[in-house]
Design a protein. Structure first.
Length: 187
């Protein structure tokens, strides 16, 4: 009796019906994955190049790298992705359950990858270059887009943990821009 009350269909779906559902979901979400990749590639190349000019606008100083530290470079990965995540959540509605949690997880993983790559490359070369930082940002943006493409449709959690994590990360970026601690990550 419990089976009749809790299940919508008594007959299992065929393989073709499941494939059609997955294809429909892929067509609806491919736009968001391409938009994320495009925005991250543009922020890693063009936005990073124009940062010295854009930071003269006071409101943009909170969202762009001011000092050129590794922490500041993480902003170029975080803020465009957070905007895309919020837009995707608001516009797609209940199409994907827990999309903010997936974005928060992907952002955290790619920021850790970016920290490791930036310190490894600058440690090997002994200095930082514009093209190295830009290529690391673009590589991490590509990794984040691939992560989102693979795991966005498999999320089973709610959006609340992701929204809280994105809020804490935003607050951390805004706070540590104004009051950076005196450690290597922030200098």
């Amino acid at each position: 009796m419990k089976i009749l009350l809790y299940h919508e269909k008594l007959t299992p779906q065929s393989i073709t019906e499941r494939a059609a559902q997955r294809s429909h979901m892929l067509h609806k979400t491919i736009f968001w994955d391409l938009a994320l990749l495009t925005v991250l590639l543009l922020s890693g190349t063009l936005l990073y190049y124009y940062v010295p000019y854009l930071t003269k606008i006071p409101i943009l100083r909170s969202f762009l790298p001011v000092r050129g530290s590794v922490w500041e470079l993480l902003k170029l990965l975080f803020f465009p992705t957070a905007v895309i995540a919020l837009l995707r959540y608001l516009l797609t509605g209940k199409l994907q359950k827990g999309i903010l949690t997936t974005y928060a997880t992907g952002i955290a993983l790619c920021e850790l990858l970016m920290i490791v790559l930036l310190y490894t490359v600058s440690g090997i070369l002994g200095m930082q270059h514009f093209w190295i930082d830009s290529s690391v940002i673009c590589f991490c943006g590509l990794c984040l887009s691939l992560y989102m493409m693979r795991s966005a449709n498999r999320q089973k959690c709610s959006n609340l943990p992701g929204a809280m994590a994105l809020g804490f990360m935003t607050a951390g970026f805004l706070w540590f821009t104004e009051v950076p601690p005196q450690i290597g990550l922030f200098l």
